[in-house]
Design a binder for this molecule. Structure first.
Ligand SMILES: [Zn+2]
Length: 369
């Protein structure tokens, strides 16, 4: 059986849009921008400047519709301007990129993704999360990869602080989950590369995470922000693409994300961001594995970053752990967990982390405001 592996191509820097014409020359001269309203407003002048003087023409800037649904995608596919374009430029966050990936895939058109936030790896992955028009999850759609991704760090520096913050919390899970979930298996070439690549995901976040957040707050495209942006969009994206091949293997996420799914059925969990909850899930996973030294290091990082260290920080009570386990056990992550993971052990690691996190907070009281 033959198989294909597609890898992301990317350009990063505050003036990276100037490289768009160079990479677009293989695909044609007419492009259409499809994206989020805010994303297009914030990147429009830089995009026009980037292609100025080239023979590349932007036919129009089109709103993607507000959510990654087939309905929004199909409306774009029916749009004569999109049909006329040789190349699609997808601009915005995860949902805008996912919509453009679906549209480009269906229309057999090349796609450049232009992420304007560093909160996930949607710009470089071969998966779209598709929602129903009512906002509920519908299914995954598997498109081809974008031809190239342009990450303008000046635009990222101007993005909402909370999205970068949550993006760091989510990326923090990548190495720990990939290594943990793949450990019992003999890995073939692609997942082996993916798991090895996951090992570059943690350190840059611990080293530069706090500095990158300050850069985002000050709207400065610093080196720390660049390192963290590459971590969140590129490193995790490479790992996702190489560690997901359902039904053969799935090492892309594990128990930290099980904690997240569990939190979605709690009384107050939905008021917290995905990446925020995952950051606590990482501590639960490290506790599960008995990796105390790393757990304590990440716990100190979480405290510094304002991520949770115990379930009190998410307003989740231990009386909700049973319901959390029920929900977690319906996830893909649970289905592909190492087989010695049981419901009891899962609940126990959350309890143990709760105890450890509370002790940490008692030993490190916040200074009075
Ligand atoms: Zn996640």
């Amino acid at each position: 059986m033959s198989y294909s592996v597609c890898l992301p191509n990317y350009t990063i820097g505050p003036d990276c849009y100037r490289e768009i014409p160079y990479f677009a020359r293989y695909y044609g001269k007419k492009t259409v921008v499809i994206g989020g309203k805010t994303a297009m407003a914030k990147s429009r002048s830089a995009l026009l400047e980037g292609i100025a003087g080239s023979d590349l023409e932007i036919l129009d800037f089109l709103w993607y519709g507000g959510d990654s649904t087939y309905e929004n995608g199909d409306a774009l596919i029916a749009n004569p301007t999109v049909q006329q374009a040789d190349l699609i430029l997808g601009v915005g966050g995860g949902r805008a990129c996912d919509t453009c990936k679906y549209v480009a895939d269906k229309m057999d058109k090349p796609l450049f993704t232009i992420p304007t936030v560093a909160s996930n790896c949607a710009a470089v992955t071969a998966i779209c999360v598709i929602y129903n028009p009512d906002g509920s999850f519908r299914e995954y759609y598997y498109p081809k990869l974008a031809e190239h991704t342009f990450i303008n760090t000046a635009v990222i520096a101007d993005s909402p602080y909370e999205l970068l913050w949550a993006g760091i919390g989510d990326a923090l899970s990548k190495e720990f989950e990939a290594v943990f979930s793949s450990a019992p298996d003999a890995l073939s070439h692609t997942p082996l590369m993916g798991v090895k690549l996951s090992e570059v995901c943690t350190e840059p976040l611990l080293d530069y995470g706090a500095e990158a957040l300050r850069a985002c707050r000050d709207k400065q495209a610093t080196r720390a922000l660049e390192q963290v942006t590459l971590d969140i969009i590129i490193s995790t994206g490479l790992v996702s693409n190489m560690t997901t091949q359902i039904p053969n293997y799935y090492y892309n996420a594990s128990l930290a994300h099980c904690v997240y799914y569990g939190a979605t059925v709690t009384r107050r969990g939905h008021s917290h961001r995905h990446g925020e909850i995952v950051a606590l899930g990482v501590l639960c996973l490290l506790t599960y594995e008995g990796k105390r030294e790393m757990r304590d290091r990440v716990m100190a990082f979480n405290a510094e970053m304002g991520f949770p260290v115990c379930f009190d920080d998410l307003d989740i009570g231990e009386d909700e752990f049973d319901a959390m386990a029920d929900k977690a056990m319906t996830s893909t992550e649970w289905e592909y967990r190492p087989k010695d993971v049981t419901r009891e052990k899962f609940i126990q690691c959350m309890k143990d982390q709760n105890t450890a996190g509370r002790a940490y907070k008692a030993a490190h009281p916040k200074p009075e405001q």
